[in-house]
Design a protein around this ligand. Structure first.
Ligand code: NAD
Length: 477
């Protein structure tokens, strides 16, 4: 179990709390990781009492926890850990009640599961009401700004009231099992690291494909788009873990220092290396323009980019990034394509293909290394490629069952005081500093996203982005 804690969730009755945070906490309780003296305190606008909040959480567990994890006695015990304070985070209501709940000897954590516009008001009152102690931790959700200026302003606001070591900026991608596994694969094996450079790696592809559209949250999404919503944060984090130098130790600042260096080494992206798309109507579903409620929208629901990292290790190895909605399959993967051997000793080289290391994040987390072998049979020395496929679920059948979801793990890391899997302020700012001119560029040029059919792998131009380099995207689905 972790230490005894009091976790206050501002926005405890919101959508994120209901779908992720509270069911996640229940599952950690079920796993025996949360001590019986811990308290979880919902703080939101609704006029609930403790019982009302417990009913709300019981319903969220009912809806979002798998049937075989619903244990009557465990749920009852978990609900007893819950309290509620009706609060107005921009006014004075409720703050004294929250302070009255304070106690000595428990880790204090405050989860800001509210719109970022409210972060400042909460941070200030946690201090002025003397609720947050010197060791308190605060957890903030995405989006962390929508450009460099707003991210800097947010960081500055939080920094008025809290030290960087107290601030946990969530990027739930970093909580995924396979994403952390990237670090283990790279740095606990001698096999890959000597080849992990442009001399031996031809290119890297990172794909985050979704089948859902933006229906239901189109108006919100239309203000951000795929670049802000996915690339600046999640895909950037994946790129950093692939590209970073070995940290001297698996320690929060050592890891984050190395990630920061990667972001700073990213080249500006040329207009011809960017393809943006918007999904068209199809299969009984509306188009992006209909879902966003904005007929003239130029916001992208798909983006592909060719990115260069200007440093010793990666000069000459492009990273192709793509993400989009309403694509053929829900699939996230990183594929590392190695170069051709310097010389072929075989007369028949026709079956030869590049070695590819594929790291699948979802579905079916695992790794697949494509290697060349001799084609079996009497036909002489002909080459063929086979996969060395490893599904983590199969290989680790018993242990994978209880692998916590990203939110579960990250919240427990907050309680443990481990910031390794959280973004540091300078990292977020550096990511925006790279993103801003790209977005400003297409805005200034008045570029329009290209339409693409739903259920495909995206716009035609995205294929060209690779074909013109003599490469091709891996298939989706
Ligand atoms: P929501 O609108 O569903 O919930 C907002 C919560 O904040 C409610 O509990 C509400 O009572 C509370 N609240 C609002 N104004 C308040 C005030 N003045 N005083 C006290 N409480 C107030 O929002 P959400 O979808 O849960 O999102 C919360 C945060 O998480 C946002 O920053 C959002 O961008 C982020 N986020 C959400 C999701 C998601 O899947 N919903 C995913 C990633 C990030």
């Amino acid at each position: 179990p972790v230490e005894v804690f009091d976790l206050v969730i501002f926005g405890g009755t919101g959508d994120l709390a209901r779908r992720k945070i509270l069911p996640g906490l229940y599952l950690r309780w079920l796993a025996g990781q949360i001590p019986a003296e811990a308290r979880i305190i919902g703080a939101a606008r609704g006029e609930l009492d403790d019982q009302g909040f417990r009913d709300f959480v019981a319903a969220s567990i009912e809806e979002f926890v798998a049937r075989d994890r619903k244990d009557k006695a465990a749920i009852k015990g978990f609900l007893e850990r819950l309290h509620y304070v009706a609060i107005d985070v921009t006014g004075e209501k409720g703050w004294k009640d929250l302070k009255a709940l304070g106690r000595e000897g428990a880790v204090q954590a405050f989860y800001f599961s509210v719109a970022p516009a409210l972060f400042g008001a909460i941070a200030e009152r946690l201090r002025s009401y003397e609720i947050a102690g010197a060791e308190a931790r605060i957890v903030v959700e995405k989006p962390f700004g929508r450009d460099l200026a707003s991210a800097r302003a947010l960081n500055a606001t939080l920094a008025q009231h809290f030290e960087e070591g107290q601030i946990y900026r969530i990027d739930h991608y970093l909580g995924k099992e396979t994403v952390q596994n990237l670090m283990a694969v790279r740095f606990a094996n001698i096999l890959f690291e000597p080849l992990w450079k442009s001399e031996y790696i031809d290119h890297v592809q990172i794909t985050v494909a979704e089948t859902v559209g933006v229906e239901g949250r189109g108006a919100y999404y239309d203000k951000s788009g795929a670049m802000r919503d996915m690339v600046q944060n999640h895909i950037m984090q994946l790129l950093c873990l692939i590209a970073m130098e070995p940290p001297y130790h698996f320690d929060p600042d050592a890891v984050r220092d190395e990630k920061l260096k990667v972001i700073r080494a990213l080249d500006p992206v040329k207009p011809e290396d960017i393809v943006r798309g918007q999904y068209l109507a199809g299969a009984g579903e509306g188009s992006y323009l209909e879902h966003s409620g904005n007929k003239d929208s130029r916001t992208e629901s798909y983006i592909a980019l060719k990115v260069h990292i200007s440093n010793w290790r990666w000069k000459g190895t492009p990273f192709y990034l793509r993400t989009g909605k309403r694509l053929r399959a829900r699939e996230s993967e990183i594929a590392i394509t190695f170069r051709e051997p310097p010389h072929s000793i075989f007369d028949d080289h026709s079956g030869w293909r590049e070695n590819v290391l594929v790291i699948r994040l979802q579905p079916d987390e695992g790794m697949n290394l494509k290697v060349m072998i001799k084609e079996p049979g009497p036909g002489g020395m002909r080459l063929t490629q086979v996969p060395l496929d490893m599904s983590f679920a199969e290989a680790l059948a018993n242990t994978m069952e209880d692998v916590p979801d990203a939110y579960e793990r990250l919240i427990m890391d907050v309680i443990r005081g481990n910031q390794t899997l959280f973004m540091r302020g300078d990292e977020v700012e550096a990511a925006w500093a790279w993103t801003d001119p790209i977005i400003q560029g297409w805005e200034a040029r008045g570029d329009r996203p290209q339409g693409y059919d739903p259920g495909t792998s995206g716009p035609e131009d995205a294929l060209m982005l690779m074909h013109r380099d003599g490469r091709r995207w891996r298939g989706i689905g």
